[in-house]
Design a protein around this ligand. Structure first.
Ligand SMILES: [Zn+2]
Ligand SMILES: [Zn+2]
Length: 93
């Protein structure tokens, strides 16, 4: 009986581990939409994130996060469809 219990426990542990790592990697790489800041068009360094309608957006600083949070739709329009280019014309001075 003990042997079986051990095998079952080992199986649960292994399954849990492999499951966790794949989910984690996918999260890191795939879910951030943009590569430039939707507020200022600056390059991003991976420090500031905000979630809006199930999509994670990256921003360059806390100031941009606050602006984005107030009017997400306005700033999302500043990004190209793939999120890689800044196409907005309402840049701050
Ligand atoms: Zn910014
Ligand atoms: Zn900023």
């Amino acid at each position: 009986m003990r042997k079986y219990l051990f095998i079952i426990l080992a199986g649960i542990l292994l399954f849990g581990f492999s499951n966790n790592t794949t989910a984690h990697e996918g999260h890191k790489k795939d879910t951030v939409f943009n590569t430039v800041c939707p507020v200022t068009g600056e390059e991003l360094k991976g420090k500031h994130f905000i979630k809006y309608k199930e999509v994670t957006y990256q921003l360059c600083c806390k100031r941009c996060m606050r602006k984005f949070d107030k009017d997400p739709e306005k700033y999302i329009k500043n990004l190209s469809k793939d999120g890689k280019k800044f196409i907005g014309n309402n840049q701050p001075k």
